[in-house]
Design a protein around this ligand. Structure first.
Ligand code: HXC
Ligand code: NAP
Length: 262
């Protein structure tokens, strides 16, 4: 049996799709033949990503918006949804992170991550809901191991990403009867990303992470992108409400090694 995953003509929006893992996801969708739109705060990052997506042969769109600004997200999504006549796949992955102990953090610091990761995801969900195809719409929220494993200096991220996964599960219940699937993908440590630069800033810390992953390697944006494409395809058609680790086994326990650094 040969297996081809093609998403020719599918209309895909990746929020936070202009760098790192999410950009890798956007590029995987472009390679699979989809039309791909990206959104983030920085105009230059949006423009650079559009050029890259077009080089891959995709029809590409983009807009600038902060996920904390519900009206700006709704305006960008409405314009895109009207232009394309709907959306088939939405990946919501904008996030913020910095290491800080709860006792050292201001309430505003904690709130900034909750506002980006959790409230921002809610804003994206509300904005895309009217535009999603029914049946067949597919939503993928980008989680993190912090949603399941408590980490020192990550209380804000742990709380926010656990909330994202419960939002995923709740919306899978609410939107399932309309034929809309909602899942979370939980990446492990992904090489060369902003997240890893912030949490494992030295070569020694990076190596400690490698050693803590059962597969003994860091992931790549493509490792995550391929699974998102698979989930969005007919092969993922009966998966909804799942939180899927794509992490070389890290969330089985190795991720806790990060607590040794404090
Ligand atoms: C303590 C900090 C801080 C730090 C910011 N703050 N950095 N507190 N330690 N290192 C505080 C600020 O003092 C302020 O509180 C509040 O947080 C908001 O900061 P701003 O700079 O005003 O916020 P803003 O400009 O909105 O930027 C949001 C941000 C920023 C999250 C702080 O870093 C950002 O935009 N990040 C996006 C990119 C990113 O983080 N990518 C990595 C994602 S990786 P006060 O009280 O002073 O007002 C990920 C998971 C990785 O999510 C998992 C790996 C395994
Ligand atoms: P990244 O490169 O910093 O990507 C974050 C993306 O979101 C960028 O496109 C950024 O663009 C956008 N963004 C940030 N804040 C935003 C906001 N307020 N509104 C709109 N867009 C915003 O980070 P990454 O490390 O690749 O992480 C990507 C995702 O994977 C995140 O959800 C993260 O939690 C998750 N994750 C990462 C790792 C890892 O190893 N890196 C592991 C597990 C989970 P602008 O700056 O232009 O806004």
């Amino acid at each position: 049996m040969s297996v081809t995953v093609a998403l020719t003509g599918q209309r895909v929006l990746v929020v936070g799709g202009t760098s790192g893992i999410n950009r890798g996801i956007a590029e995987c969708f472009a390679r699979a033949g989809a039309k791909v739109a990206v959104a983030s705060r920085t105009e230059q990052k949006v423009e650079d990503t559009l050029v890259a997506l077009q080089k891959l042969g995709a029809e590409a769109r983009g807009f600038c918006a902060d996920v904390r600004d519900a009206e700006a997200i709704k305006a960008g999504v409405d314009q895109l949804g009207e232009e394309w006549g709907g959306l088939d796949v939405v990946v919501s992955g904008a996030a913020g992170n910095f290491p800080a102990l709860a006792s050292d953090m201001s309430a505003n610091a904690f709130k900034s991550v909750v506002d980006i990761d959790l409230l921002g995801t809610f804003h994206v969900m509300q904005a895309v809901y009217p535009h999603l195809s029914r049946p067949g719409g597919c939503v993928i929220n980008i989680s993190a191991p912090q949603a399941a494993v408590a980490l020192i200096a990550q209380s804000h991220v742990c709380a926010a990403k656990a909330g994202v996964d419960m939002l995923t599960r709740s919306l899978a219940l609410e939107w399932g009867p309309e034929g809309i699937r909602v899942n979370s993908v939980m990446p492990g440590p992904i090489d060369g990303t902003e997240g890893m630069a912030r949490l494992a800033p030295s070569e020694q810390a990076r190596q400690a992470v490698v050693d803590s992953v059962p597969l003994r390697r860091l992931g790549t944006p493509e490792d995550i992108g391929r699974i998102c494409v698979l989930l969005a395809s007919e092969w993922g058609g009966y998966i909804s409400g799942a939180v899927l680790p794509v992490d070389g086994g890290w969330s089985l326990g190795g991720v806790s090694a990060m607590n040794n650094w404090h």
